[in-house]
Design a protein around this ligand. Structure first.
Ligand SMILES: [Fe+2]
Length: 430
């Protein structure tokens, strides 16, 4: 573990810039795993990924392997993926169903709530009295769910899940209510890829509305409009007002919340004439009436970041999980979110659009990971050791503490670093 003092860490983040070490220094990366991923609430998965007793979903919190399970008591547990005997990772598959978990090394087995179930040749331990919990895989300190979205915390201190979610919980509610059945499901598979850059680059990119016209120019038409990303959208996203003049994304707005959470305002509503959309709207209207339905369909937010490891988008609804691997390696997981009760054809179109924009070989996404890899390399040049995050605009602070400013402001990134400093210097969440 690094012996960096708080003063040194604080010197790396200035009001309008950060030192390159925050992206390049392996010691700082290890500290982040301990002080951010080890002390914040972190998104684990969705309850619909483990609907039945014995279902499991293996992932990591920071670098630590964990398993989200549905136990025979019907409850969800989040347990460390570690055998109490020699520390071997017990669950090797990413997901599945099991009566119990068995370690491949010496055959110890565990219940799906992590408790020790059986020790092979137990007579060989005359001086050790086994206890189910103490000699189990071990449960993480805290976990909880909001509308099925499961978050866990390796630390028992800090804010409650609801306090930590803050206004972001309203977004999870909005997503659920946009489904005719009032709930969502993560059941559409996953796009997974690794990029050669620091995890924070992806977090920052999600609140960066300055880059699309430039990074994603190759996916825009000669007329300056990008292909349609939304079902029923004939015009695509307009990057240019006229040849050479970029359309500003400032109007969307950037919103910076406590704990590093950030979001952008929603894209303008669409005139969607597709049959599946009409059917979807009719289902919502039957349940909520036309006025409330119009409200539901007017999206207030675009990318919503649950700092540090998850983001969600209502445009082709999907979850993005950011999993750090090393200081210069990051894995990304894209999970489509199914609006339960909506027409199947709508979900199919959603998957087709996500294939186009979020698969490892898609348009758009490949541009971003190219930028991340080039940044990771470019920052090694010592002429300038600082990364500028000074872009700004008029801003106001709302009574909730949320800061609202322009869409291309770098306030969202500065907000990430305010949370980063709090975690890294004090270890206690903001
Ligand atoms: Fe991008």
């Amino acid at each position: 573990m690094s012996n960096y003092c708080a003063d040194h860490i604080a010197s790396l983040v200035q009001p309008d810039r950060v030192h390159r070490d925050v992206y390049e220094d392996p010691k700082l990366f290890n500290l982040e795993m301990d002080r951010i991923f080890g002390r914040s609430w972190v998104y684990v998965g969705h309850a619909s990924q483990v609907p039945n007793p014995g279902d499991f979903f293996a992932t990591r919190i920071g670098l630590q392997p964990v398993v989200m399970t549905r136990h025979s008591d019907g409850e969800i547990y989040v347990v460390y993926n570690r055998c109490a005997h020699r520390g071997v990772k017990v669950v090797n598959e990413e997901c599945g169903n099991a009566g119990r978990f068995m370690c491949m090394y010496h055959g110890w087995t565990y219940d799906t709530n992590g408790d020790l179930d059986f020790v092979t040749q137990e007579e060989g331990y005359p001086n050790h009295k086994f206890e189910k919990a103490r000699d189990g895989m071990g449960r993480v300190a805290q976990w909880g769910a909001h509308n099925g979205f499961v978050f866990a915390n390796l630390s028992s201190s800090g804010p409650s899940l609801q306090d930590w979610l803050g206004e972001n919980s309203g977004f999870l509610d909005d997503v659920a209510i946009s489904a005719p059945d009032g709930r969502v499901e993560v059941s559409g598979g996953v796009h997974r890829y690794l990029f050669h850059g620091n995890w924070k680059m992806q977090v920052e990119n999600l609140i960066d509305m300055y880059h699309p016209a430039y990074s994603h120019e190759s996916s825009s038409a000669k007329s300056g409009q990008q292909f349609s990303r939304r079902e029923g959208d004939k015009g695509g996203i307009q990057f240019f007002e006229k040849r050479g003049k970029v359309r500003s994304m400032d109007g969307l707005g950037t919103h910076a919340l406590p704990h590093g959470h950030t979001w952008q305002g929603g894209l303008p509503p669409l005139e969607n004439t597709s049959e599946s959309h009409r059917e979807y709207v009719a289902l919502l209207e039957k349940k909520h009436g036309p006025d409330r339905t119009r409200e539901i369909l007017t999206k207030k937010r675009h990318n919503v970041i649950f700092y540090p490891n998850m983001a969600m988008q209502e445009l082709n609804p999907h979850i993005r999980v950011i999993r750090p691997v090393a200081v210069n390696r990051t894995e990304i997981f894209i999970y489509p979110v199914k609006l339960c009760g909506a027409p199947d054809t709508m979900f199919r179109d959603q998957l087709v659009n996500l294939n186009r924009t979020h698969s490892p070989t898609s348009l758009v996404q490949t541009d971003d990971v190219e930028a991340f890899a080039r940044a990771q390399e470019g920052m090694l040049a010592s002429g300038n050791k600082w990364i500028l995050l000074a872009r700004d605009g008029p801003k106001e602070t709302l009574p909730s503490g949320r800061i609202k400013t322009t869409g291309t402001s770098e306030e969202g990134m500065r907000n990430h670093y305010r949370a980063w400093l709090n975690y890294m210097c004090s270890g206690s969440p903001t």
